[in-house]
Design a protein. Structure first.
Length: 457
């Protein structure tokens, strides 16, 4: 582990553009992942990798991680025309179904009412908002009729209702399902925090090696991950984000008063080390509405949104490939950042990664089913720090029921007695988004598929 007090061990937090695009007059055109990023979820001529499932079967962690990094590199590569990362030109929820919001939301994970391990710190570690993005092939599949099955667009809730009625007598839950998405489909969830336009903004940091069940809230925060005595708590320390350029040399520390009134001696990091944006007036009002009472401070004009979390999933294997990323001030450390390839550029090099290709494998060192979660999204949930993206999404169904609440049980979950399927629900191929479609309406978008509306957050 690197010692931040040693000048020779400084981890450089990098940035190319800071992610700030101001004054853009019109939405950018949809841009796929370019060729050369090891995925068929991009440019039309890009072939699907054929060795991913085999990599899971033989436990080839290096190959699985390399592929997940490659996709991330493609998603965050810069579109030369708009200057945006490719994923920000993609479609939004309202372009799948008119009943969905187009912009910011409160992450579904944070709507769970079950007390989690950080209930006493819920405001301190809460995401401000989230935004979902979908590639062309994902959207095409949802709003067009399924190949070979006329009049079956999944964006039409009445189609889902009819299919559910047709299949409800099938006792085999695995057979009560929609058609599978194409292997080129990709969905993304992003999570954002507020950084104030002036002064220092405290931001908690999740150190993977401090992920212990023995002490949920940790002891006194420490300056760097090297100062943590394991096992300890999670969210063990803070950084302070400074929106102004730092002209000094070496590592900078400041004393900052935390939300609980305690004085913290924290490392100061530049705003440019995050991918960040400045919300406009309309978006600002929406963010104020969504964050009221949930965050340590109010949101004001000129404040920034910084990307702290990103999930993606690709249908390149039957149960999808799952990748999750979160910002960190020591981004090159093991086990989540040491193997980042050079194709990941700019401020996106400051994000750690975990990935899942299976619900059980490769198992953890203690035999526990494979763990893959995002600390900002699943971390606050009860059991979230031992969860797996795939095990949760396997329960995705239409329509959602109160019993469809997020389940953090690890491993391959049995669906036979799962109350989420207790009323003949349809499995939605691991995609929770479809579960919220109104079954009484045709919510298919009216604009032509050839005219993307990649609305900026």
């Amino acid at each position: 582990m690197r010692n931040l007090n040693s000048a020779s061990a400084v981890v450089v937090l990098v940035s190319v553009s800071g992610g700030l695009i101001v004054g853009q007059s019109s939405p950018p055109a949809y841009v796929p992942i370019p060729r050369g990023y090891d995925t068929c979820g991009g440019a039309a001529e890009s072939p699907c990798p054929t060795d991913l499932f085999a990599a899971l079967q033989r436990g080839d962690v290096a190959r699985m991680r390399r592929h997940t990094w490659n996709v991330f590199a493609g998603l965050t590569s810069v579109d030369k025309k708009s200057g945006l990362p490719v994923f920000r030109t993609w479609y939004r929820k309202c372009q799948l179904n008119s009943g969905f919001p187009c912009g910011y939301e409160v992450p579904a994970q944070l709507l769970d009412s079950t007390p989690g391990p950080f209930s006493d710190r819920s405001r301190e570690i809460a995401l401000a908002v989230s935004v979902n993005f979908y590639n062309q092939d994902f959207r095409d599949f949802v709003i067009h009729q399924v190949p070979g099955k006329p009049s079956t667009p999944l964006c039409d809730g009445t189609v889902l209702a009819k299919l559910k009625e047709e299949l409800k007598r099938n006792n085999q839950i695995e057979d009560r399902k929609i058609e599978a998405f194409p292997s080129s489909a990709i969905a993304i969830k992003t999570g954002w925090r507020i950084v104030k336009k002036s002064g220092l903004t405290l931001l908690p940091v999740w150190d993977p090696n401090a992920n212990s069940q023995t002490d949920p809230n940790g002891q006194s925060p420490v300056e760097s991950s090297s100062g943590i005595s394991y096992p300890k708590g999670r969210w063990s320390r803070y950084v302070a984000v400074d929106p102004t350029p730092y002209k000094g040399r070496g590592i900078r520390y400041e004393n900052v008063v935390a939300n609980d009134g305690l004085l913290q001696h924290v490392r100061v990091v530049p705003l440019s080390s995050f991918y960040h944006i400045t919300p406009g007036t309309t978006d600002l009002e929406r963010i104020k509405e969504l964050t009221k009472g949930r965050l340590p401070s109010n949101v004001d004009a000129g404040d920034y949104l910084v990307l702290v979390a990103l999930h993606f999933t690709t249908k390149e294997i039957p149960n999808w490939v799952w990748g999750t990323f979160w910002w960190h001030d020591e981004p090159d450390t093991r086990p989540n950042g040491f193997d980042r390839p050079s194709s990941v550029i700019g401020e996106f090099r400051n994000y750690l990664m975990n990935t899942s290709y299976g619900m059980n494998d490769p198992r953890e060192s203690d035999g526990h089913p494979h763990i893959a979660f995002n600390p900002w999204l699943e971390g606050p949930l009860k059991g979230g720090v031992e969860s797996n993206c795939m095990s949760c999404h396997r329960r995705a169904a239409w329509p959602l029921l109160p019993s469809s609440a997020i389940n953090t049980t690890p491993g391959e979950v049995s669906l036979a007695d799962d109350s989420a399927f207790g009323m003949g629900q349809l499995k939605t191929d691991f995609i929770w988004t479809l579960g919220a479609i109104d079954g009484t309406k045709n919510g298919c978008p009216v604009e032509p598929i050839s005219t993307p509306i990649a609305v900026r957050p």
